[in-house]
Design a protein around this ligand. Structure first.
Ligand SMILES: C[S@@+](CC[C@H](N)C(=O)[O-])C[C@H]1O[C@@H](n2cnc3c(N)ncnc32)[C@H](O)[C@@H]1O
Length: 255
């Protein structure tokens, strides 16, 4: 990866800022720009910025936590991890793809709605993804749909992408339904104690999916996903389960 040609300043005066409003100051060649953590296009365009911000400064552990949990569950049933063909939904710059590859998974397909994400993944982590689609998971082109269906995934990971104006339940469902029966599904989300409806939706949705026996939950783990820009912990829940059946359309929440 290229040497970073930027510095980041985290704001000091932002106690309790909503997660969707968190921001930082990017300094490049004496120019300062205020960016929200959710300004993905701009962030992905700067080599190494997303990784430095999330992994180094905000100490995001989710790619590591979730891929470790997935690997442990697969290991318990004696399946070689190299047999997994994994869809990385909302793949971004490839942090999760790289963690999957380190665990021994070789067939990793990324999908992200932003071309900047695909460019960043190829630029910063060449060789991680077998294929990387720039597509809206919920509105696939016919060709992508045909290729993704033919890929016969037996695993899907969706890390740090659910709720909070990111991936709605319809998008999760589209990816999930591409996974073969008994395949592995690993993801994280913010638990429902927060006030906004956007956050509460996914926990409610996934509880229904589990209660209906569509997803056979193997393990659930509460952990510190990352630090907020004010230094306080942002806690998430990570789950790994086995898909037993498709999620029908009437489970999808209209946000
Ligand atoms: C917070 S980022 C997470 C990136 C990566 N999983 C990680 O952990 O570093 C969420 C990603 O989901 C992508 N995304 C949002 N909606 C999507 C959709 N409908 N289809 C595919 N990707 C989507 C965004 O573009 C963004 O790159």
């Amino acid at each position: 990866m290229q040497r970073p040609d930027f510095t980041i300043r985290l704001p000091h005066d932002v106690r309790g800022l909503a997660q969707t409003e968190e921001y930082f100051i990017l300094v490049q060649e004496r120019n300062e720009r205020r960016l929200r953590l959710h300004d993905y296009r701009e962030i992905y365009n700067v080599p190494g910025l997303y990784d430095h911000l999330l992994s180094d400064l905000l100490q995001c552990t989710s790619p590591e936590v979730i891929t470790r949990m997935l690997s442990a569950e697969v290991g318990k049933v004696g399946v070689p991890i190299a047999d997994l063909v994994a869809l990385d939904l909302g793949a971004g710059t490839g942090l999760v793809g790289a963690a999957l590859q380190q665990r021994g998974i070789r067939r990793i397909v990324g999908i992200d709605i932003l071309p900047e994400a695909c460019e960043a993944a190829h630029r910063d982590r060449p060789g991680v993804y077998w294929r990387y689609y720039v597509e809206d998971m919920c509105n696939l082109t016919a060709q992508a749909h045909q290729e993704l269906t033919a890929t016969r995934f037996n695993a899907m990971v969706c890390v740090s992408a659910l709720g909070l104006s990111h991936v709605p339940t319809a998008v999760f469902t589209q990816g999930y339904n591409l996974v073969a029966r008994d395949g592995w599904v690993a993801f994280n989300f913010k638990p429902a104690s927060q006030s906004t409806r956007d956050v509460a939706d996914f926990p409610h949705f996934i509880s229904r999916v589990i209660e209906a026996g569509l997803l056979d939950l193997q393990v659930s783990h509460s952990y510190r996903h990352r630090l907020a820009v004010d230094g306080s912990p942002v806690n998430y829940v990570a789950m790994v389960g086995r898909k037993r059946a498709n999620i029908p359309p009437d489970f999808i929440l209209q946000v």
